[in-house]
Design a protein around this ligand. Structure first.
Ligand SMILES: Cc1ncc(COP(=O)(O)O)c(C=O)c1O
Length: 379
């Protein structure tokens, strides 16, 4: 097949994979029941601990983020359970749907696109639901570019109610810090293809002792995603089933880079570049989707100016500028664009994308104040 030239991936995942991470995948295949693979697995496990800021061993599943979310649901939720789910967009809805598929009754606390449910409204639901089993929340709503700023306090509310607390941090962990042990997050899920700048295909999960004990005592009715089995195998340096070995090589290298950079520095880097992208879009006169108080540092979403067609705009960016940005999803399809600000994100990525977007808006008949954009670029 004919591959197009390399594109700058400014998607909310998958993100650009640095050469050192990509090259790590060409190592030879090994027996996954061998000492060599055990060493790879142990290395990935050790290097994942600082990401989650946990003393426990995080799990790595050969699955996309959704597989990690399904595992986090099917291992905790049982038919008839009651679960509270704040829903700020498409991924919150999908999470609630999976929980309902597992047989639970959900109380959804919803908010308008671009906002997140208030902490008070979620806390009230947590207090009101009798016999609450768990609170599940999407930390960073990738469909809207919003971020829930009260994870620590919600963890406390869930603990006070005697409930498990589970976080989908697929588009945020690494771009934000979530110290799972300190905050009391029972399961935290992320994906390899977002802030970690690794290829897609692996889901990483931290599992608290409380959650692990529950799972061991109440095995889920699933096999591949049985986290108790995953924990038992990891204890002797294996995965229960054949892992995507080259992706483990890549993740190991991606985590090495994270450790060299330092989590704090990486979080600050994401925040700095997101801020700059918001300013540049503001200078173009773009109406941003997210309310300023909950704007995400990893996904930047804005409404298309009137008359700018989503498909044509993204196609022109792709064909003429070699830059790929994300479309709207769910109800926002066609109305908004989403730019990923994750992983390998740098000033050159942000400036190149903003300049290309300004030029493309101009070409499509939406006048941009290029002086205002230049002033932000120069600031
Ligand atoms: C918050 C969130 N949850 C879940 C998913 C699903 O992840 P995947 O597409 O890797 O299955 C995504 C993907 O963008 C996401 O952003």
């Amino acid at each position: 097949m004919d591959y197009p030239p390399n594109k700058l991936l400014m998607l909310p995942g998958p993100t650009n994979v640095p050469d050192r991470v990509r090259h790590a995948m060409i190592r030879s295949m090994v027996n996954h029941r061998s000492e060599t693979f055990t060493r790879v697995l142990r290395s990935v496990t050790d290097k994942s601990r600082p990401l989650f800021q946990t003393e426990r061993d995080p799990l790595v599943l050969t699955a996309s983020g959704t597989g990690g979310v399904e595992a986090a649901v099917w291992n905790i939720v049982r038919p008839g359970d009651r679960v509270v789910v704040p829903v700020a967009g498409e991924f919150g809805s999908r999470l609630a749907e999976v929980i309902e598929l597992a047989g639970a009754e959900t109380t959804r606390v919803t908010s308008e696109p671009g906002t997140v449910p208030s902490l008070e409204s979620v806390e009230e639901a947590v207090r009101k639901v009798r016999g609450l089993k768990a609170v599940y929340v999407v930390h960073n709503e990738t469909s809207a570019g919003t971020n829930v700023p009260y994870i620590e306090r919600l963890a406390k509310a869930a603990a006070d109610a005697g409930a498990f607390f589970v976080v989908d941090a697929i588009s945020s962990l690494g771009g934000y810090a979530l110290p799972v042990d300190r905050w009391g997050i029972d399961i935290c899920v992320t994906g390899s293809q977002k802030c970690l700048a690794a290829p897609p295909g692996l889901a990483l999960l931290s599992v608290s002792k409380k959650a692990a004990d529950f799972i061991k005592g109440n095995p889920p009715r699933v096999r591949y995603f049985d986290l108790g089995r995953q924990i038992d195998f990891l204890a002797h340096g294996e995965t229960p089933f054949t892992p995507a070995i080259p992706l483990y090589y890549a993740l190991d290298e991606a985590l090495s880079w994270l450790i060299e950079e330092g989590l704090e520095v990486r979080v600050e880097r994401h925040a700095r570049h997101a801020k700059s992208l918001y300013s540049l879009l503001g200078a173009m006169g773009v109406r941003l989707l997210a309310d300023e108080r909950v704007r995400s540092n990893t996904v930047v979403a804005g409404y298309y100016p009137q008359g700018v067609d989503d498909k044509v705009f993204r196609q022109k960016l792709n064909d003429e500028q070699d830059i790929v940005i994300g479309a709207g999803v769910g109800n926002l399809k066609g109305k908004v664009f989403r730019v990923g600000c994750m992983g390998d994100i740098s000033a050159s990525h942000v400036n190149r994308t903003a300049a290309a977007m300004a030029l493309t808006f101009q070409k499509m008949g939406y006048p941009v104040d290029l002086k205002a954009v230049s002033a932000v670029l120069a600031s």
